[in-house]
Design a protein around this ligand. Structure first.
Ligand code: GUN
Length: 287
């Protein structure tokens, strides 16, 4: 292996420590405790794990955690009523509705019902528009975490060729906007792109967020590139259950200059950025 392994776990711990120090100061100077409400509808096992971890880490950094677990049969109107009451609750500074929602609920309608000032996921169309036009926005947590790791390892990203694999609203599109804002030349590639391999080979920075286990191999990576792997895929190998990314780590690490592992790379940064966004929402509410 030639690549430096980017330690997202350690970086996320440092972000959380910083958030906790700010939370302590808010409490001592203003008697205010930032609060994050997380809403889970249904019983998707992966979502339950994420929501449990979010609650635990929120409390660990001194914030208030409000968890709302609703039955899978909850109607869209009931969910919208809950969002309306959280919007009006002065103890709640951030609201996150865990995705995916059950098929009978219109996700866009629910996400756009969240007060944009409390939209710590950055999924409300107002925040999406603010980010796209270079204005002050609430930025989605996973792309924000990727950007922090990139800036830490690279310094300035000016003029670099960045390829974002994946075009989701949660990662791909906001990631491309953030890289553009940092003066990269950005390509978004996806499952229908022709000659994916050659597109990726042109990249100084590769962000893999397609949800296809180990699709990006070392043969696709330009020598000296930085590789950020957003994929979290549960696979069975040799009779054992394992977590792998969208990048084949061992072959990519032979050619890349730096690479995030799975687990321990981007994953821990997502919750750390969620806590940072909640702190920011609370500070903005203070004026
Ligand atoms: N499901 C997977 N990732 C996310 C995320 O970042 N936010 C929300 N709300 N749901 C998700």
């Amino acid at each position: 292996m030639v690549a430096v392994k980017i330690d997202g776990k350690a970086f996320a711990e440092a972000v959380r420590r910083d958030v906790a120090a700010h939370v302590e100061r808010l409490q001592s100077d203003h008697s205010i405790t930032p609060g994050l409400a997380v809403v889970l509808v249904g019983e998707d096992p992966a979502s339950e794990v994420y929501v449990r971890n979010k609650g635990k880490q929120t409390r660990e950094c001194g914030m208030a955690s409000f968890e709302h677990k609703l039955e899978a049969t909850t109607s869209e109107a009931q969910l919208l009523d809950l969002v309306t009451s959280l919007n009006a609750d002065p103890d709640v500074h951030g609201i996150l509705v865990q995705l995916p929602l059950p098929a009978h609920i219109d996700s866009d309608k629910v996400l756009n019902a969240i007060d944009p000032a409390k939209d710590v996921d950055g999924f409300h169309v107002s925040n999406v528009g603010l980010l796209a036009t270079g204005q002050k926005a609430m930025v989605p947590c996973t792309p924000l975490g990727c950007l922090m790791l990139l800036r830490h390892h690279h310094g300035k990203l000016d003029g670099l060729n960045a390829v974002v694999l994946g075009r989701s609203n949660i990662v791909g599109k906001p990631m491309a906007q953030l890289l553009l804002r940092d003066n990269c030349t950005v390509t978004i590639a996806h499952s229908r792109s022709r000659d994916l391999e050659n597109i990726v080979r042109s990249a100084d920075i590769v962000i893999a967020a397609v949800g296809r286990p180990e699709i990006v191999t070392g043969a696709w990576i330009k020598s000296g590139a930085t590789v950020i792997d957003v994929g979290i895929n549960r696979v069975e190998r040799d009779g054992r259950k394992r977590l792998v990314g969208d990048v084949h780590f061992d072959t990519a690490a032979e050619v890349a200059a730096a690479i995030t592992p799975v687990p321990g790379g981007v994953g821990p940064m997502t919750i750390a950025c969620l806590l940072a966004n909640t702190l920011m929402a609370c500070c903005r509410a203070l004026g």
